[in-house]
Write a protein that binds this ligand. Sequence first.
Ligand code: DAH
Length: 335
Amino acid sequence: MEQELNLLKENLAMELKNCHKEADVLNVKSKYVGKKSRISEIMATLKDMSSDDKRKYGSLINNTKKELETMVNDYLDNLASGSVATFDDTIMYDVTSGSLHPVTIIAKEVTDALKKMGFTIVSGPEMDSEFYNFEALNIPKDHPARDMQDTYYLDNGKLLRTHTSGVQVRAMEKYGAPLRICVPGRVFRNEDLDASHENTFFQLEGMVIDKNISIENLVGVMQELLREVFKSDVKVRLRPGFFPFTEPSYELDCSCLICGGKGCPTCKNSGWIELIPGGMVHPNVLRAGGIDPEIYNGFAFGLGLTRLAMMKYKINDIRVLNSGDIRYLENFKID
Ligand code: DAH
């Protein structure tokens, strides 16, 4: 009996994972907890059981039914709020030209490299709340840091996420510590468009929470990552930076691969491209995620996937990436 009940839970979990629409979940719901479901059949046999068996199995069966219902309802809630899910829908496939979009290729390379280092890929909603996008990240209302990210606020009180950092707190809430996640995804800002600014672009958030994490761990992960992606050692430099959600914060720049460091419009003639800001996760952010900063610490970083794709493929104008111009995008037929 116990085995069968456990199997029901396992099977339900497996089927839910494949549900991406409410209707799919409702089908699975009726199969697992509906009138004709196996658990209902088992419940119907209760009344004919000996009183010994009733005592033995009664609460087990009832609890299992409740657990199955909770699993379905939680899944429905998550689907509705678009909360943390495993990553499979954010990657952008350029189906029209039959080739992968350059940002997709980079996203895959970066996530493959991080997976080798033990990171799990997760995703979060593109339409998010002010809480996850700002407040939980130690950016209260009226904080000047909000001005750095010109935000699209929506009529329904939500916003289009300005960065993937909002998934930090969602992931901590969902998985607790220790944690090693990366979050590739689309983000939105009300930018004036030029060769290096778009209103829609891609980032990849990374976060490691554990005991005794240091900035050395972070630098090691960054170097390994860039080595894997560029297949060679890329010149980088670290500068102090400021982000409300990390303390200390830094900016990691790499030498501009488009002009070789000489200066061009993409690197604003500086020879360097700001590539991976990051730092040690601020205690307030850990607390917002329900993690005790006295026990755990960690680092986070936000990699510009779009920018990285431009570096790697020597694309000198960001606007082409969202242009849908197949003649251009077809140049990136890789494998
Ligand atoms: N979210 C920041 C941005 O979009 C980038 C960032 C900075 C992410 C520091 C981080 C971090 O995780 O630690 O500008």
